[in-house]
Design a protein. Structure first.
Length: 84
């Protein structure tokens, strides 16, 4: 069962599942990416959005809203493209 479906049903995959995958190199392909179009990587508004996404306030909100089921991954794109 996916995390979103579980949450819609009032369940927390960390507490209510029979089994869940630990976070490790094999799960890195499940990372959601904030990306911008080529040529806009230096846009100050987009840079600010990226910086805000990794603030303590956003992290606190995500932890409260998603019950610890989301993890901030602040890595370069090479992290996702490197071999397992």
């Amino acid at each position: 069962m996916g995390n979103t479906l579980a949450m819609e049903g009032g369940l927390n995959v960390l507490k209510d599942s029979v089994y869940y995958e630990p976070i490790d190199q094999s799960t890195k392909m499940n990372v959601n990416i904030l990306a911008v179009a080529e040529g806009r990587q230096n846009d100050p508004v987009l840079k600010k959005v990226g910086a805000l996404y990794h603030t303590e306030a956003v992290n606190k909100y995500v932890q409260e809203k998603f019950g610890g089921t989301k993890v901030d991954v602040n890595k370069p794109i090479s992290y996702l493209t490197e071999a397992k």
